[in-house]
Design a protein around this ligand. Structure first.
Ligand code: ADP
Length: 257
């Protein structure tokens, strides 16, 4: 049996006494555990057929004649839908790993600026109607989890594009501060009201006003924050409704980096 104790403050004549309310949370915890287990099993099961489909599409791409524009378009559209599905499944898996404390972070040295350039190029490849500019540099060979940090950058860039449908310019800035490197991305999109700015990093939180207009599940920023925290960094947003948003993160660096 799992119990939660709540202390209740008493007033007047009973001020010096303590009242404890004991609540049995066994059922609640076991429902949460079953939900987490389901998330983990479902995402693993979805991953297997999707990996096979990705392989088949790659094969079709290789066998396909270059001059068939219609077929090329259809295959390209399939690839971007598969990438979307793949991203969702990876996010579901990550959320379930974070919940169970099993998100593995593997540190190695990598060129931070190059990772950012490669990630931008990858996102840009699937969204050719936005221009992403990159200014500044950190000049740092960073020791951290390249795959997960690339996932953070990819998420922030994809969001900047997704939430600025009519403003096609997105700006990325890199800089090195004392003991830190900083990544910022600015869009001129829908923006986020003050009251929602902290909540967007919560699991499954989506801003009410944009929920119907843009597809999503509210996992990306939650995962970003968890990955940045695992690197002892900070992530935050500055935004104005209707004007746009700037998402930034900093990561600590060791002096010799
Ligand atoms: P998703 O985009 O799948 O909903 P995220 O966790 O990435 O999930 O984002 C959570 C919420 O934060 C979004 O639903 C959206 O309301 C808001 N948001 C994220 N990025 C931006 C942005 N660049 N501009 C405006 N709103 C944003």
């Amino acid at each position: 049996m799992l119990l939660n104790a709540h202390r209740i403050e008493l007033e007047g004549d009973y001020k010096d006494r303590i009242l404890l309310a004991i609540e049995d949370v066994t059922d609640r915890r076991s429902i949460e555990k079953r939900k987490d287990d389901f998330l983990s099993i479902a995402s693993h099961e979805l991953k297997t057929p999707l990996t096979a489909i990705k392989g088949y599409i790659q094969l079709i791409r290789r066998l396909m004649p270059d001059d068939n524009k219609k077929l090329n378009d259809v295959v390209q559209k399939s690839v971007s839908q598969i990438e979307r599905l793949d991203k969702l499944i990876v996010e579901l898996l990550d959320v379930s790993k974070i919940q169970s404390g099993n998100l593995d972070i593997h540190h190695k040295n990598f060129d931070f600026d190059q990772m950012v350039r490669d990630t931008i190029e990858h996102v840009q490849f699937n969204s050719d109607d936005h221009t992403i500019s990159l200014k500044g540099s950190t000049g740092v060979v960073y020791n951290g989890d390249e795959t997960h940090l690339s996932q953070v950058v990819g998420n922030l860039v994809s969001n900047a594009i997704k939430y600025s449908p009519s403003q096609k310019q997105v700006h990325v800035y890199l800089s090195r501060l004392k003991g830190h490197i900083k990544f910022s991305i600015t869009d001129s999109g829908v923006g986020i009201e003050q009251k929602d700015q902290k909540k967007v990093f919560d699991r499954f939180y989506r801003v009410g006003a944009v929920k119907e207009k843009f597809a999503g599940m509210g996992m990306g920023l939650y995962i970003c924050e968890q990955i940045i925290k695992q690197h002892q960094g900070m992530i935050w947003v500055e935004s104005e409704l209707g004007e746009g948003s700037t998402f930034s993160f900093t990561l600590p660096i060791k002096e010799q980096q």
